[in-house]
Ligand binder design. Structure first.
Ligand SMILES: Cc1cc2nc3c(=O)[nH]c(=O)nc-3n(C[C@H](O)[C@H](O)[C@H](O)COP(=O)(O)OP(=O)(O)OC[C@H]3O[C@@H](n4cnc5c(N)ncnc54)[C@H](O)[C@@H]3O)c2cc1C
Ligand code: FES
Ligand code: FES
Length: 1385
């Protein structure tokens, strides 16, 4: 296709500022996003690509606009992955580096994130910094405006007091951000540290003050807004000058010269073998210009997209396919805002947050308050995240709803409010025609035609009238996350005008009932129900009729998922609304989760100073300022190429052929690298299994075994081109000759598709405990049950990434984000047929690993190594979020059937379990899991016990280790059995757990030899957790609450964690320089767990006899821990199993001992020669000059490998029986970290692991299609916890078990085990459901056992509480004789 001749580029370059510097670009590819530009063309790496979908906030930047007319600057945080570069003309962009950095000084937010321990792996931290900054700026702008309008700060009834944001408001700053490491609590503390109403004593552990008594504002890193970046003067001058030109008519002249043609602002030509293709960016400044542009484009084959914010590209990933972008964000008619006392007209290009500001304004100015404005703002706060709302437009949202059946909230609430829209048709040759229509008609009309444009929306703003009738406006949404970044399963908005009649009944004068997102093409009104209600006195029987009618009106489309649940959700909405009118009080008011609170009870001993000090994480300020370098931040070397995987689309098939011809003709394509490119002598080696030494292929050979299996990599000049080309590789499959795929454990079992365990007979199979069969036969009670656990994705914020650089003498260097360089080195060497000393692997830090980069990274790194080797050029890869989730299998799903016997009091006498573990196509680490699972499964005293494991090989992506592998699943199974027994007996699950908690003797029996040596602290921890949480007292309170509350039920539960770990050998090198600075290399990788921080403390401590131990000497700051490099520290071990931090500390410490031995005599001699104190610097200089070797390397071998960790967690939850939503009201965790090496790091690990566990038990639902393709492969469909899914009160206590000679510095591991304590949330939900079912089932609830497998999604909870619980309740209430007018009691 040739270039459209009329769209010749206008020559004014794109001008904007980036961190205060002027950027002028005369040539821009219109499809470039701001994030791609910043990351590939500038030195700034603060904005990260976590998802590319607007769903994680890692890419946030500040975008400031100057308005030459009003002279105002408006600043807001935006997702740079969605913002198009061409749309920022004249804007000032600030990344986190621009706020503060190491050279110029860090910003207060960056300092506080470090001081409050709010950064672990740090990948999300630049985004968190910008989110908090954006919120502060928004509040400041708001206050300035108010002060300008209302004079100085007043506490008047109308104006908001100029007191700054509240804690609640500040917490919402990070509503659109995901952090996979911290569990959010410390980041929320940073948010609150800027709030006006915060009590600083309530903030958590930090380095600003040692104890609460010192908590003073002046101790916090100072924040002075005057030091914040300002809008650059040069840009103001330029924008003023442009305004002048426009006013003098120069801009128009430009068009006139050109006759009818509208010039494109920017064009870009791509050439490939198919010819030339041009992309263009057009920026019409009026409807006329737009009309002219559309006219030119009409009839051509170009794909045209009107854009305002382009945020829709987060969901509809079509940018790469668009030829012409028409930016309609500057057309004055689309930016109008007209207010009168009853309505607000907003242009379609108005950003959603601007609309919210207008509505707040409107509400504040209307003395009586405005019900509709208030309702709209409250609902909009839950729409997307604040950053998406800052850039996404009102019109864009409504058009998405209309054109693409998007599950819009805005469409539904505006429909409920009775909005009108103005649509313009840009008819050729005549004036644009404008039509006003109700939103209902607009939505129902179907796709806007090519010439159609949504111009504006009229929002009727109805105040509560002062007459006899009353206006009520209420909206609802049921979504996996209550406060944002999750589209809903159903939403609704209701507007009613009600009055009281002479009988004091509620009369519905008129009503609008809008419903959306339930599996409909667009939001609709329930006209029949409206008609039914109109003019009637409300009664329970009328509500019943309404519900019945509604169910006929809101019918989800064929193919909608979770249909029944969605309908029941809508039923709940209408019931809640009408019932609240009837009874004059809200039907359901779930507990408000904001602001969150948290306490950390820790004891810090100074004996081992600087060990045990809760110091800030090493380089955490640089993480916040974006200066910490992750693998994909390394600048591309010259002539670097980019790779994308070609993946199998069939689960089980023979590969008949792979044809890359079309792909190679694609723009920028360079080569297709496949099996055929493996050099002679090399092997098709992908992943190496460290346990049984089996190997996975790099690329599928003859047969593909799962959807997502790599077949090769496409290499091109950019990532985008590589992905585009990879999608064009044609693979011919034969699905008939290989047999049907095996898609689940049961099929695998039936077909004998199993794998051996490792070691071949796990101990538990060989040695059942006691005579299980006899105990089962003689039992008072006997139950059979099943429980299934699903997979969980790692969702590390940094996706898999590698950069391979060929070097001289057939050497290759690979920078990658892996959890162990050694296995990567081995696989690459085998694949390329190179000796290990030709393959250098370097890993500096990971943006999270959680097990996903232990084995699966090997395949990714080996593939780019092969490509780089073949092409003799650097090749890099960074998986997009969707590919990462498709390729990297998560946690192992399990299917368990069991028999359990017990007494009346809940004492269990036998457990016999049959566990099927799904491995996927390869074993990865699955064959090792039974060994891990058994210890945790035996966390309770089952009396007698036996378990059988079967590893099921299926045609799904291979599963791999995910934080707490095996342990997590085993813990869930054990607690499911406990819940089962408790609900059968109708007694508290807490009591059953109490009955079956191990004694020292039973623990020894169950866990085998040696377990008694470790300090069995579980009983003490258990009692402490009960006392800390006031468990008994709260159980009673909850009982009373549940008796009185119909629609909200609560549950509280305590669970223990028992987790065996093993320490592995570790290497370390410590090198001291003559100036006293030190570098340390250890075999562990820093992935957020604070390993480097602890190593620095351990080294400082271990050298204590050589320096003046005391708080006045900051030895730790002299120590740098280096990246892992397979050449300088060879033969290391993969990082995992929670013990790497302590092994690394032990190895480094042992290396220090050698140095101490060498340096002690030097010190003594120096002291003798010079007299007095010997400074550390003098000592090092003298040693160097005396030829003392200042480098020491050791291989540390643990004295005793294994030990067991204990913890207990108590959680209270509240479930909404109408919607199935769960809120976690509190969690109190007690965890034995031994003598913690750094309590701040350990508390952070506990909180983070627990919240990841909440994801496993509550929100993270993996769904696959029939071929095993992952459906939940991104932020739209997969929901790791955010701030609204963590406990409202989140308390941690470190249990300091005594000194132990075999523990490293008497500390204990923390990385994974606390995840298991999230079982307390799951068990608490079980209890709450049981309470709801008592109401639902009535007398039938006796011995009510129900299968309840995690995750406890809304759908599952609601289904267990009865999808028809509303209807049943109405029915039973109607039958009750004492109900006046059917009024609910
Ligand atoms: C992560 C994320 C979460 C979200 N969550 C929610 C949510 O919970 N609830 C919800 O309601 N929404 C949600 N949204 C949707 C969000 O509100 C929209 O993406 C946004 O409002 C679209 O505005 P835009 O200016 O970016 O549109 P664009 O992306 O620029 O355009 C969207 C579409 O509309 C067309 N278009 C835009 N303006 C006009 C016009 N005036 N006339 C004709 N066509 C036009 C464009 O051609 C395009 O097809 C979410 C979005 C993201 C990215
Ligand atoms: S990368 Fe932009 S929001 Fe995730
Ligand atoms: S620190 Fe937030 S994702 Fe790692």
């Amino acid at each position: 296709m040739g270039a459209p001749s009329s769209l010749n580029a206008v020559h004014r370059p794109l001008v904007f500022s980036l961190n205060g510097q002027r950027v002028e670009l005369s040539s821009v590819d219109p499809s470039t996003t701001l994030l791609s530009y910043i990351r590939s063309e500038t030195r700034f790496r603060g904005p990260k690509r976590g998802c590319g979908e607007g769903g994680c906030g890692a890419c946030l930047v500040m975008l400031a606009k100057y308005n030459p007319k009003t002279k105002e600057v408006k600043e807001s945080s935006v997702n740079s992955c969605l913002v198009m570069l061409c749309s920022i003309d004249g804007c000032a962009i600030t990344t986190t580096e621009g706020l503060g950095n190491q050279r110029d000084g860090f910003h207060a937010i960056q300092k506080r994130l470090s001081a409050f321990h709010g950064s672990q792996c740090g990948f999300c931290t630049p985004g968190m910094t910008m989110a908090i900054y954006g919120h502060l700026k928004h509040e400041q702008q708001h206050q300035q405006k108010e002060t300008a309008e209302n004079g100085n700060c007043t506490n008047g009834a109308v104006a908001k007091p100029c007191s700054g944001p509240t804690s609640q408001e500040m917490e919402r700053a990070i509503q659109g951000n995901i952090c996979r490491c911290t569990g959010y609590r410390p980041i929320l503390d940073v948010c609150k540290s800027f709030a006006s109403d915060v009590d600083l004593e309530d903030l958590g552990l930090n380095t600003c003050w040692a104890d609460k008594a010192e908590a003073k504002e002046e101790k916090l890193p100072l924040y002075d807004p005057k030091g914040d970046p300002t809008f650059p003067k040069f840009l103001i001058d330029e924008l003023e000058a442009r305004k002048g030109i426009q006013e003098n008519g120069h801009a128009r002249t430009l068009r006139e010269e050109d006759g009818e043609s509208l010039k494109a602002r920017f064009t870009h030509v791509d050439s490939n073998m198919e010819g030339e293709k041009m992309r263009a960016w057009v920026s019409p400044k009026s409807l006329d210009e737009l009309s002219a542009a559309l006219k030119q484009l009409k009839g051509r084959k170009d794909r045209v997209k009107l854009v305002v914010g382009n945020t829709s590209s987060g969901l509809y990933k079509e940018i790469a396919t668009i030829d012409v972008f028409v930016d309609i964000s500057q057309i004055p008619e689309l930016l109008t805002v007209n207010k009168n006392s009853r309505s607000l007209e907003v242009g379609a290009a108005t950003r959603i947050s601007e609309l919210m500001d207008y509505l707040v304004d409107f509400r504040n100015k209307d003395g009586t308050g405005n019900v509709v404005a208030e309702g709209l703002v409250d609902h909009a706060k839950k729409l997307a995240g604040g950053h998406v709302r800052n850039w996404g437009s009102v019109g864009g949202n409504l058009v998405m709803a209309q054109k693409f059946a998007f599950e819009s909230d805005l469409a539904t609430i505006l429909l409920g409010a009775g909005a009108l829209v103005k649509v313009v048709t840009l008819t050729e040759g005549s004036e644009p025609s404008v039509a006003e229509m109700p939103l209902d008609d607009f939505l129902a009309k179907g796709t806007l035609n090519e010439d159609g444009l949504l111009q504006s929306v009229y929002i009727p703003l109805i105040s509560d009238s002062k007459t006899d009738s009353k206006i009520v406006f209420k909206s609802y949404r049921g979504a996996p996350r209550p406060y944002g970044n999750a589209v809903s399963y159903g939403n609704a908005a209701f507007l009613a005008n009600v009055s009281r009649n002479e009988k004091d009944e509620t009369v519905i004068e008129s009503v609008r009932l809008a419903f959306g997102a339930f599996g409909t093409n667009h939001a609709i009104r329930a006209f029949k129900v409206e008609e039914l209600l109109k003019g009637k006195a409300l009664s329970l029987s009328l509500i019943k009729e309404s519900v019945a009618l509604l169910k006929k009106e809101v019918v989800p489309l064929e193919g909608t998922s979770k249909k029944d649940y969605r309908v029941s959700l809508l039923v709940g909405f209408i019931f809640d609304f009408l019932n609240s009118l009837l009874s004059k009080e809200p039907t359901v008011t779930p507990t408000n989760l904001f602001p969150h609170t948290g306490k950390q009870n820790i004891t810090i001993a100074d004996d081992n100073y600087p060990l045990s000090q809760p110091t800030a994480k090493f380089l955490s300020q640089q993480q916040a300022s974006g200066e910490a370098t992750y693998c994909d931040d390394i600048p591309s070397p010259p002539r670097c190429l980019y790779a994308a995987f070609v993946l199998s689309t069939e689960p089980h098939a023979r590969i008949k052929g792979i044809d890359a011809t079309a792909a190679l003709e694609s723009v920028g394509a360079v080569d297709f690298v496949s099996l055929n490119d493996i050099p002679k002598g090399g092997g098709n080696k992908g992943i190496f299994n460290a346990f049984d030494h089996s190997e996975e292929t790099l690329f599928a050979e003859d047969i593909v075994g799962y959807v997502g299996q790599p077949l090769g990599v496409m290499v091109a000049d950019t990532y985008d081109h590589a992905r585009l080309a990879a999608g064009r590789v044609c693979v011919d499959y034969d699905t008939h000759s290989v047999g049907a795929p095996v898609m689940n454990c049961h099929d695998a079992l039936a077909q004998g598709s199993t794998l051996p365990t490792y070691p071949p007979s796990p101990l538990s199979v060989k040695h059942p405990i006691g005579n299980v069969e006899k105990a089962l036969a003689e039992a008072e009670f006997n139950l059979e049950g099943t429980v299934s656990t699903k997979s969980q994705n790692h969702f590390y914020m940094e996706t898999q990434t590698s950069l391979a650089i060929p070097d001289e003498d057939e050497c290759i260097t690979i920078y990658t984000a892996c959890q162990g360089v050694d296995p990567v080195q081995q696989s690459v060497a085998k694949c390329l047929n190179l000796p290990l000393n030709n393959v250098r692997i370097i890993t500096r830090r990971l943006g999270g690993g959680f097990g996903g980069k232990a084995t699966r990274n090997i395949q990714i790194s080996t593939a780019v190594a092969l490509a780089a080797y073949k092409l003799r050029r650097p090749v890099r890869i960074s998986l997009d979020r969707n590919t990462d989730m498709q390729m990297v299998g998560g946690r192992n799903p399990t299917e368990t059937s069991y028999r359990v016997s017990f007494t009346k009091s809940g004492k269990i006498t036998a457990l016999k379990a049959d566990i099927l573990l799904e491995s996927g196509w390869y074993a990865d680490v699955t064959n090792f899991l039974p060994l891990l699972m058994s210890g945790t499964l035996k966390k309770y005293n089952w009396g007698t016990f036996d378990v059988k494991y079967t590893i099921c090989k299926t045609n799904n992506v291979p599963k791999t280790s995910v934080r707490g592998p095996g342990h997590c699943e085993a813990s869930a199974i054990a607690d499911a059995v406990m819940n089962h027994v408790a609900s059968y007996l109708g007694i508290s699950g807490n009591k059953v757990r109490d009955e079956n908690l191990h004694t020292p003797e039973s623990f020894q029996l169950f866990q085998g030899e040696g377990s008694g040596d470790v300090g069995f602290t579980l009983p003490a921890i258990w009692e402490r957790a009960k006392a800390l949480s006031k468990l008994e007292e709260r159980e009673k309170q909850i009982e009373t609450f549940n008796e009185q509350s119909k629609w909200l039920k609560r549950g509280i539960s305590i669970v223990p964690s028992v987790y065996g770990v093993s320490s592995y050998p570790m290497t370390a090198t410590v090198s001291i320089f003559k100036d006293g600075s030190i570098v340390v290399e250890v075999g562990g990788v820093e992935m957020g767990q604070g390993l480097y921080t602890k190593v620095r403390q351990a080294v400082a401590f271990s050298l204590r006899s050589l320096w003046n131990k005391g708080k006045d000497v900051d030895m730790v700051s002299k120590i740098r821990v280096l990246q892992q490099d397979s050449f300088s520290l060879p033969n290391t071990f993969a990082d995992g199993g929670s013990t790497t931090s302590e092994s690394s500390c032990a190895a480094a410490s042992q290396a220090c001992e050698v140095l101490v031995q060498r340096l002690q005599p030097v010190k003594e001699k120096l002291a003798k020669d010079k007299g007095g104190e010997v400074t550390w610097a003098d000592l090092c200089m003298t040693a160097k000059n005396s030829f003392v070797d200042l480098q020491s390397h050791v291989l540390w071998v643990p004295p005793s490998g294994k030990y067991i960790l204990f913890g207990a967690g108590v959680s209270e939850v509240e479930i909404n029986v109408m919607s199935g939503e769960t809120r976690i009201l509190s969690s109190d965790l007690v965890y034995d970290a031994g003598k913690s090496m750094n309590a701040a790091v350990d508390v952070g690990q506990i909180e983070g692991a627990f919240v990841m566990g909440i994801g496993y038990y509550l929100t993270e639902d993996i769904e696959r299609d029939s071929k095993g393709k992952l459906l939940s492969d991104g932020t739209w469909t997969y929901k790791p916890p955010t701030i609204d899914t963590i406990p409202q009160k989140f308390n941690i206590e470190l249990f300091n078990s005594p000194i132990h000679k075999d523990r490293i510095f008497s500390s204990k591991a923390v990385g994974e085990p606390p995840l298991l304590l999230a079982g307390s949330v799951y068990a608490a939900i079980h209890n709450a459901i049981a309470a709801a079912r008592k109401d639902y089932l009535g007398p039938k609830a006796v011995h009510d056992t129900f299968e309840f497998s995690p995750p406890a999604t809304m759908m599952k909870v609601k289904a267990l509480c009865g999808l028809d619980n509303v209807e049943r309740y109405i029915e039973s209430a109607l039958q009750a004789t004492k109900v006046p007018h059917g009024k609910l009691l």
